[in-house]
Write a protein that binds this ligand. Structure first.
Ligand SMILES: Nc1ncnc2c1ncn2[C@@H]1O[C@H](COP(=O)(O)OP(=O)(O)OP(=O)(O)O)[C@@H](O)[C@H]1O
Ligand SMILES: [Zn+2]
Length: 739
């Protein structure tokens, strides 16, 4: 057999390895380069695969090998660095290589569809049009300009480009066309016209911003990781913008990863007006075609800035010069199924591979990142003051025990609200629970509305007159009578944002009130409308869930009320305290961002709670110090590394039984080193969800490489364990939550 005649291909299938194929009969013109998208026979059908490497030997005899059917694209979609990153991700998260590669591709390109060749209607000068003496058109300047422009472009110009240059020219086009001097053509679509208006200038940087920018600039061209630890409103975004400007000026691309782009339309607008385009935006709410187009712009090096949610970290970016991860503490960087990657951690790895700096920004850095900064692995850049003269908000705790509450608001908070409203200021109220009431119960017989598929209560959504399960999405119409005893004694207990809104309208009748949560913003464009109304000062009280905490800039807000955090204070997850501290500080950070100072009031029945106390006394950094000490003592991340195996099954016992076997396997493999601890299995905190019984097994180790080595061997063996019908299992490396 020929040397170098085996193509090693990754396909999307639950296989740990690549598959070997014979090369296609028609060799691709561009050669057999890794990263090419292929169509390969697979089982009885065919699948898309990615060429990983060409080798000269296969473990399988040549006559057993099947042949690549065809090469799908003229050029590889991934380059060598992309493939290295994705291979690293697959190995680290214990997934087949194909899982990582296909997670990186836009949906349509996971199928054998060709790359879209984008064309746009355009015009070209004909032979006779080229021969015309332009002077003969001196009385028709528009026609003359049009013909002149077209004669300078042998291929022609798209209608879009013509309009951009000459303004509306419809009648001139008709005339020249009728003379046969120009003709219609289809042209390859030009990249989005770069905005003619020069980017807006930004404010002059303050000293801390300047220092941060210079520190990162000094690292351009080589790997370096930085924590940009800047209080809310300190101007972190301004630092990103300056850095992006300078990498673009060097002819490189910048990647900015944000938690949820849909929630922060302002941020996108800021990048758009301040930076020389084109910008490729990548997130899941885009239409598939738009997403694919933007992905290709990133991959072909056409976009200067790639702005996206976590999956943008996987997109090919050939001229990558800088990565920014904004709000790096945010949980949404973690993918919760399939390739369970952390977008933030992959960003750091990617910067290493690409040899460029990565900046992790937050007002409330995760404990992992803080520790890396303390150890000197990351440069630690601090912005300690608010930009533009705004002052930090004051935070106070309000003990609401024995207080007469109305709409869940204590008299003190209500008094603050009246005062701020009278002064023409705006107010934010934060309640992290959507729906009308979290419990519907029968006063007569004690019936409680529970999800038939989960160990969870149903939330009443009054406007829809339905009960919803927030865990599996099951719903049913709101009953009028108790389903158990048929008496009309149903009561709604507790308060979600929907109810709060209704009560506020009654309590503050002359006031314009708006609600921001997943339900109120379901309609496209609604979020933007509410945010705009707040900015124009048309809304006086804005209430909502944690959506409020996400990076918005509300200059007119002077008072933030945080209602009911008490449940979360006593949650069991070891990250719960970190999350609440981040949430409080982020919500608080929306207040007083302009001249007027802000005040934050936390209502609680546990004013003595150590978390609240440390936040109040020492701010987030004080809290983080204390939390890190606790984690060290408990040997929890970042002082150890975790992986969580989850199993679920239709039968109550199967998931636990499977993980027990997995545990035994693990004990045997880990026997030589006492360093690996297997804890469990135990039933998951919510044992039944969506009709399936769930259990989990925690694996803990102080050293990451050792954990990785163990997991690779163990996962291979667990895959071979017998499985009862319907049993599914998965492994989550560096899990964000243990639910
Ligand atoms: N050097 C500066 N001089 C004046 N104003 C500035 C400066 N830097 C930033 N600002 C302004 O201060 C406000 C906050 O800045 P920016 O949004 O960059 O902060 P941030 O730290 O990213 O905020 P957060 O993360 O809390 O949302 C913005 O209105 C911004 O235009
Ligand atoms: Zn449910």
């Amino acid at each position: 057999m020929d040397r170098a005649a085996i193509w090693r291909v990754a396909v999307e299938a639950p296989l740990a390895d690549t598959l070997d194929y014979l090369p296609p009969l028609d060799p691709p013109p561009a050669g057999s380069r890794p990263g090419l998208r292929l169509l390969v026979p697979f089982g009885r059908g065919a699948r898309v695969g990615i060429l990983i490497e060409v080798v000269d030997q296969s473990a399988h005899p040549a006559d057993k090998l099947r042949r690549v059917e065809r090469v799908l694209d003229p050029e590889p979609l991934f380059d060598v660095l992309d493939l290295r990153l994705l291979a690293w991700a697959a190995a680290y998260y214990q997934q087949p290589l194909g899982a990582a590669l296909f997670a990186a591709l836009p949906a349509r390109l996971r199928t054998p569809e060709p790359l879209s060749v984008e064309t746009a209607p355009g015009l070209r000068a004909t032979e006779s049009g080229r021969a015309v003496d332009l002077e003969t058109l001196s009385r028709a300047p528009k026609q003359r300009a049009l013909l002149d422009a077209l004669r300078s472009e042998p291929e022609g110009l798209t209608l879009g480009e013509l309009t951009a240059r000459l303004g509306d020219s419809q009648s001139a086009i008709r005339t020249l066309r009728s003379k046969g001097w120009i003709t219609d053509v289809q042209l390859a679509r030009a990249p989005d016209p770069v905005t003619e208006t020069p980017p807006l200038a930004g404010p002059e940087l303050h000293a801390e911003q300047q220092a941060a920018v210079e520190a990162v600039q000094a690292a351009f061209g080589a790997f370096g990781a930085f924590l940009l630890d800047g209080v809310t409103g300190s101007g972190k975004t301004e630092v990103y913008i300056r850095l992006i400007e300078s990498v673009i000026a060097q002819g490189r691309q910048a990647l900015v990863v944000v938690p949820e782009i849909g929630l922060t339309p302002q941020l996108r607008e800021r990048f758009r007006t301040r930076l020389p385009g084109p910008i490729a935006v990548l997130h899941s709410a885009l239409k598939a075609s738009e997403r694919e187009r933007n992905w290709l712009r990133a991959a072909r090096g056409e976009a200067n800035l790639i702005l996206g949610t976590r999956s943008a970290v996987l997109a090919p970016i050939p001229r990558l010069g800088l990565i920014v991860v904004d709000e790096e503490h945010d949980d949404s960087f973690k993918q919760q199924d399939g390739l369970r990657y952390s977008g933030r951690d992959l960003a750091v790895r990617r910067a290493q591979l690409a040899g460029c700096p990565v900046v992790l920004g937050s007002a409330t850095p995760s404990l992992e990142t803080l520790r890396n900064a303390k150890l000197g692995r990351y440069g630690w850049l601090r912005l300690t003051k608010r930009a533009g003269g705004a002052r930090a908000p004051t935070i106070s705790i309000l003990d609401i025990r024995n207080q007469p509450l109305r709409a869940g608001l204590s008299p003190v908070l209500r008094a603050h609200m009246h005062a701020e409203l009278a002064a023409g200021n705006q107010i934010l109220l934060f309640l992290n629970r959507r729906g009308y009431a979290p419990v519907l119960t029968c006063h007569a017989c004690g019936w409680v509305g529970e999800c038939p598929h989960c160990d969870a209560r149903l939330t009443l959504h009054l406007s829809e007159r339905r009960l919803w399960c927030h865990h599996c999405g099951w719903s049913c119409p709101q009953p009028d009578l108790c389903p158990a005893c048929r008496r009309p004694e149903l009561q709604m207990l507790g308060r979600g944002t929907e109810r709060l809104e209704e009560e506020l309208v009654a309590l503050f009748p002359e006031t314009r009130i708006a609600r921001l949560d997943r339900d109120s913003t379901r309609r496209r464009g609604e979020l933007g409308r509410v945010l705009d109304a707040v900015h124009r000062g048309e809304i006086q009280i804005l209430l909502g869930t944690q959506m409020l905490a996400k990076g918005h800039d509300f200059p007119g807000v002077t008072l933030v009320g945080v209602l009911e955090l008490d449940q979360a204070l006593y949650a069991s997850d070891f990250r719960a305290a970190e999350r609440i501290a981040q949430l409080i500080v982020q919500v608080a950070g929306r207040a007083g961002r302009a001249e007027r100072p802000g005040r934050v009031v936390l209502q609680t029945r546990h004013p003595e709670h150590p978390l609240l106390q440390s936040l109040l006394r020492e701010g987030y950094s004080g809290f983080a110090e204390a939390a890190l000490r606790e984690r060290a003592e408990a040997e929890l991340p970042p002082y150890s590394h975790l992986a969580l195996a989850r199993a679920e099954s239709p039968n109550p016992e199967d998931a636990l039984a499977f993980l027990r076997q997995a545990h035994e396997l693990g004990e045997r493999l880990a026997a030589d080193s006492g360093a690996i601890q297997l804890l469990g299995p135990i039933p998951a905190p919510m044992e039944r969800r969506a009709g399936r019984h769930r259990a989990q097994l925690l694996i803990q180790c102080a050293e990451r490489p050792r954990l990785q080595g163990f997991l690779t061997r163990w996962v291979n063996e667990v895959r071979t364990l017998p499985r009862r019908k319907g049993l599914r299992w998965s492994l989550d490396v560096d899990p964000r939550d243990l639910l």
